[in-house]
Ligand binder design. Structure first.
Ligand SMILES: Nc1ncnc2c1ncn2[C@@H]1O[C@H](COP(=O)(O)OP(=O)(O)OP(=O)(O)O)[C@@H](O)[C@H]1O
Ligand SMILES: [Mg+2]
Length: 281
């Protein structure tokens, strides 16, 4: 399949200084074609350009199959784009690295390790001494609200608890960037809200750069500085919406805030526009 010709860079309007000095992730005209034996080549991403500043919280929304996970895999270094380049701190991304921490559902916890063992794994791999790794990991387990569960095994935990362990495990090796692919998608509404609040608290404290894929407009607006709306396959960027809502954000206050409601309605409308067509093989 031929990759579509270049489109004007969507971030060209940004001030050059902002683009140069503060970019944690720079995605420049990235296209990706999956080549499979069973079916035609599939253009999953088409000319994606995006600058993500250090410390920004950016959500990606779009219809199923539009390439959200593929984009996260490109930034994670798990997929090499067919065209274009993705950079982290100015360096071309050539593979996974400890600077980018994935929190993906498919990267399950080690079932044979306890909660503490799972969280300690990263620091131990990085050569942190056992006592220090344990102390740091215990602090993280407490931070994600699992104090008392250190010696439980994944099979003894609920979905929300596993998701908390996955977050603690990633935070334990101090990545500059968190890559989160629908991390709360499978959770009940109450657990989801609690984890959203916990994630915001952690983010407000550490100011990591977060790239967060979700299907929930509400979640995207609540959490993010910017929401990137993608079009139906092949995924392109349809709109980038700056979420100008004060922080720290309280869910109970936001739900009553007309500005919040306006963002949700506006973005839902954008997504409806992209969803009219059927899924294409
Ligand atoms: N390994 C692969 N081989 C071939 N095609 C793939 C592969 N992974 C994804 N695709 C195709 O690329 C497109 C984008 O997939 P991707 O998983 O990135 O979508 P998504 O936006 O994350 O969808 P969802 O919201 O359902 O998770 C889809 O059409 C999918 O069929
Ligand atoms: Mg996906």
């Amino acid at each position: 399949m031929k990759v579509a010709p270049s489109r004007p860079n969507i971030e060209d309007e940004l001030a050059p200084a902002r683009r140069q000095t503060n970019a944690m992730i720079a995605i420049d005209n990235v296209s990706h074609v999956f080549r499979t034996s069973g079916r035609q080549d599939h253009l999953a991403l088409s000319n994606i350009s995006l600058i993500i500043e250090d410390g920004a919280f950016v959500a990606i929304l779009g219809p199923s199959g539009c390439g959200k996970s593929t984009l996260l895999y490109v930034v994670g270094g798990f997929v090499s784009p067919t065209e274009g380049l993705a950079r982290v701190k100015g360096q071309a991304i050539t593979g996974p690295g400890p600077d980018r921490g994935p929190v993906f559902q498919e990267f399950a916890l080690f079932p044979w390790k306890s909660v503490l063992g799972n969280v300690m794994y990263g620091p131990r791999q990085q050569g942190v001494k056992s006592a220090e790794a344990e102390a740091q990991s215990r602090a993280l387990i407490e931070m994600v609200g699992l104090k008392g569960f250190e010696h439980f095994y994944p099979k003894e935990l609920s979905g929300g608890m596993k998701q908390r362990v996955a977050l603690a495990r990633t935070l334990a090796y101090h990545p500059a960037v968190l890559l989160m692919d629908e991390p709360f998608g499978a959770l009940d509404a109450h657990t989801r809200t609690r984890l959203q609040n916990d994630l915001l608290n952690i983010w407000e404290r550490d100011r990591k750069t977060v790239l967060f894929v979700t299907h929930s407009v509400d979640e995207a607006v609540f959490l993010s500085d910017r929401v990137v709306v993608m079009t139906r396959s092949p995924g392109r960027i349809k709109e980038v919406v700056e979420i100008d809502l004060p922080r720290p954000r309280r869910r109970s206050e936001l739900l009553l805030d007309p500005r919040y409601q306006k963002y949700v309605v506006e973005i839902e409308r954008m997504i409806d526009d992209t969803s009219e067509e059927q899924l294409r093989p």
